[in-house]
Design a protein around this ligand. Structure first.
Ligand code: NAI
Length: 510
């Protein structure tokens, strides 16, 4: 007999703290922690009320860089799932799935049954989530190649699958985009043939028009914009340029050279009240852009999809340091041969990626000043090389060296073949699905009159991002398990269930 049970239906919580109406789930939730004063700790509990709309509206996603490896893989993958396609490979028949998406492929422990067995439900049965098969998808690309040929150019999916999907994808052509060559590598110039022209202000307005047009023509309630275009170089943050919303809007009106393309897309989305997600490492969200999102109460999330090597690093550094071993050196080599790798082969764009990859071990080190002195941290080095032959099949090789008991050393070497875009596409889906959920949530403190939306900076999505953007003054969490349980426990809070404690006292007491 199985020692766990899986419930494949929507769940109903029977509790005086949870009310279901036709349109909402209202949960009163006790958020517990402890306040620390010197060495005195006082447990605290604050009652919060969450209100979640039950109805999932009609949602569309607009991808910037739609014709790239991620954009084509995601679009083809959704289509294949929608149509229930299967295809032959030398290893046998493969069928469409959403592996790699936590919203579609993981289960959550919600309690125990009468036999004290843990019961799990799929994550998307905890709270109503968007079904990716219902997602309308479209986008912009500086390359005007149709999506069928762009999928072939990407060389990611199996040929037999491509053959089945090609006729449908070839009818889809990306909308023209903004191209400012100085922001990405010069080696991208030969694909830039599908462009908007004009001043920055005019081009941004064209993007706003495209968003409205997409929403109206497809009859959508909500649009989410995702940057999955090339990594840009970092932009300067300067007083008068982009430090406030007003300064940023002025800089756009004045056609300032130092406003990046991705910031133009972010501002356009915010002004159209559309959630904006940055899947690349650059600092799109300059302070003025964040202030604008706060002013318009529009949700934003970033930066840089966390798919392969960094995800593993955020597990391993946690595992090593929280086993009491002193991680002293992390060296990561990557080589990849896709267009992302080609773009990253210039120093400015590489620097954006290097910075994004470097922060990942910081929080776990900072939390342990027992082994690490103040200001001490492990050596951490990241190398990325462009090797066309390996295509999208990125290789990531890491060496971790730990100091162990009584002067010993423990060395861990890893080889990770990433299949980059097939790892990234389901993450993009999760970001869209969870961000959409966040737009349906309102919250208030018990004593407050009014409900408000979530904080515009969605740090709850950190699990999916290498360099999580957080509200000003909030700690940044990189460790994967705390990030994952932040999502799971948050979804449980929305239906009035306690956080996963792992205590299992029902099995540990006499
Ligand atoms: P890609 O190079 O295949 O696709 C990027 C697309 O963006 C290209 O089609 C290009 O023509 C287009 N583009 C460039 N500038 C544009 C603009 N201004 N407007 C519209 N389109 C523009 O790259 P891929 O592999 O799809 O990755 C996309 C981004 O996601 C990169 O920045 C990469 O660093 C980031 N990323 C990817 C991960 C992965 O595992 N695939 C993981 C983490 C981040």
């Amino acid at each position: 007999m199985e020692d766990t049970a899986v419930l494949n239906t929507n769940i109903i919580v029977d509790s005086p703290n949870v009310v279901y109406t036709d349109s909402e789930i209202i949960s009163s939730y006790d958020y517990s922690d402890a306040r620390v004063h010197g060495n005195i700790l006082t447990p605290t509990t604050e009652r919060l009320v969450f209100k979640t709309e039950r109805h999932v509206p009609r949602v569309g996603a607009l991808l910037v860089g739609w014709g790239g490896n991620n954009g084509t893989t995601l679009t083809a993958g959704i289509l294949a799932n929608k149509l229930g396609l299967s295809w032959e490979t030398k290893e046998g028949t493969k069928t469409s799935n959403y592996f790699g998406s936590i919203c579609k492929s993981i289960t959550v422990r919600v309690g125990i049954d009468d036999n004290q067995k843990p019961v799990y439900v799929p994550l998307n049965n905890v709270i109503p989530l968007l079904d990716p098969n219902d997602l309308e998808i479209w986008g912009w690309d500086i390359s005007g190649v149709n999506m069928g040929d762009a999928m072939r150019r990407a060389k990611v999916l199996d040929w037999n699958l491509q053959q089945q999907i090609y006729p449908m994808l070839k009818e889809m052509v990306p909308m023209p985009s903004i191209y400012l060559p100085e922001w990405i590598a010069a080696n991208q110039e030969d694909r830039a043939d599908n462009l908007i022209h004009g001043t920055k202000f005019e081009m941004m307005n064209k993007i706003r028009h495209d968003i409205r047009d997409f929403k109206n023509s497809k009859g959508l309630d909500k649009v989410i914009v995702v940057w999955t275009a090339n990594t840009e170089k970092y932009c300067v943050v300067r007083h008068g340029l982009n430090d406030t919303a007003e300064h940023l809007l002025n800089s756009i009106r004045e056609d300032s050279d130092e406003v990046s393309v991705s910031t133009l897309f972010a501002v356009a989305s915010i002004l159209e009240e559309c959630t904006y997600i940055n899947g690349s490492p650059q600092n799109t969200f300059v302070p003025g852009c964040i202030e604008l999102a706060e002013r318009f109460n529009v949700l934003i999330a970033g930066d840089d999809f966390k798919s392969g090597q960094t995800k593993l690093k955020s597990v391993l550094s946690d595992f090593i340091i929280n086993s009491g071993l002193k991680l002293q050196s992390v060296v990561s080599y990557n080589h990849l041969g896709n267009n992302d790798g080609k773009n990253l082969s210039t120093p400015e764009t590489f620097r954006s990626k290097e910075l994004s990859k470097s922060g990942v071990i910081e929080d776990v080190v900072r939390a342990n000043r027992l082994m690490y002195k103040y200001d001490e941290s492990p050596d951490h080095c990241v190398v990325i090389k462009y090797v066309p032959f390996v295509g999208d099949s990125k290789r990531a090789m890491d060496e971790y060296v730990n100091e162990i008991f009584m002067g010993g050393k423990n060395t861990i070497a890893l080889h990770n073949t990433c299949e980059d875009s097939m790892l990234a596409a389901p993450l993009i889906l999760d970001l869209i699905m969870l961000a959409e959920l966040c737009t349906r949530i309102q919250v208030k403190r018990d004593k407050d009159e009014k409900f408000t939306k979530m904080h515009p900076v969605m740090s709850i999505l950190s699990f999916l991002l290498k360099s999580p953007l957080v509200p000003s003054g909030s700690p940044i969490i990189h460790c994967l398990f705390p990030q994952r349980y932040a999502i799971i426990n948050f979804l449980k809070a929305l239906i009035g269930l306690p956080p996963e404690s792992f205590l299992m006292l029902e099995h540990r007491l006499e």
